[in-house]
Design a binder for this molecule. Sequence first.
Ligand code: IMP
Length: 427
Amino acid sequence: MSATAVVGLQWGDEAKGKIVDLLTSEHDIVVRYQGGNNAGHTVKFDGETYKLSLMPAGILRDHIVSVVATGVVINPKAFLTELDGIVTRRGPVSPERLRISDRAHVIFPYHLAEEAVLENSRKTEAIGTTMRGIGTCYREKAGRAHAIRVGDLLYPDLLKRRLDEIVAYKNQMLAALDPNFQPFNADAIFAEYSAYTERLKPYICDTTALLHHAIAAKKRLLFEGAQGSLLDLDHGTFPYVTSSSSSGCGIHSGSGVPERTISRMIGIVKAYTTRVGGGPFPTELTCEIGQHIRDVGHEYGTVTGRPRRCGWFDAVVAGYGARISGVDCLSVMLLDVLSGLDELKICEAYELDGERTTDFPSHVEKLAQVKPIFRTLPGWKTDITKVRKLADLPPNARRYVDTIAELLQTRVEIVSVGPDREQTILS
Ligand code: IMP
């Protein structure tokens, strides 16, 4: 059994897409197992930039079967728009190359409306969601009564009945919460989604069975995590998290493939830290260095365009992410962004209640109280974007990477020094 998984160890946007893309040549199937069109992957391929959201990064490769598995939430309109964009640029995608789970859940317009009401009504800090109806769709999944799965789209009578009931309920609820609310029309939604279904139908299947057959046939699977371990619903910085299992923990539940199938779990970290949305961020840099990193690293959301909050590398955050996901090795991304800074800091521990700790606090109130304990390292001034061997990195850059490995007690296998495939150091 040999499957690989790529998971983010911070708060998402660790440039996982590049690594997934690099690994596709060694794999047959790429599996997205959680999240939805809140995710954003930028992949450079054939000299062109692709911004992927719901599609697994394997979609750009003709030999890969891309699987959107059970744990994903699907907005059909966003899915088809993204697919159309890929078809326009790269030619047709046959249904054999793109499979969508009939167990995945479907996002409807009322999920977006409900999320807007929820986010805007919060008296405490907003979660800062992507407003794509992700959380409200997952809530429906957990609540079951108002959930609709991809497989339900294939039964028009059932879908019609379900929508009549759900839309009536949502209209009542949203009208009570928002005086400006314009009611949804169940018939219009049914007609819209029936049209989507016609186009989606050829891609829909039981992806769990497909993956089990693939494992039996010794196909090589690559699991592509979206977001990052600190945004995991259970293990992340709740409530400032996404609503799926975005650490390695989600692979099993989101795909139906047992975790022991995975022989290589690659943890992806940025050479610094970013996060979007609300919540405490101990190593955040609100000074000009933070702005410098944002500018050089193009740290603006792929999906929402929001500026990302930037800060020093936090080994407590990434170490916790690595332990949750059980990583075998690390890939350090965007190291080139730090070139030119006089000195760099890495948070190696927190001071909390007068004690030093490398345990990650389970409550955000505690996280807001921690004082990062930094190790200061000398910077490097030379351009590293053309370096292809670890030995050719400037000594201070090498020391920086080694410090990350030491603090996370995990081997660094890949260092990325630019967005292109070639700008990669494999050790
Ligand atoms: P949601 O996933 O839209 O519910 O947003 C919940 C939190 O997760 C917010 O802080 C978002 O900014 C964050 N988030 C969701 N998707 C991503 C992502 O792909 N990268 C980074 N942050 C994300």
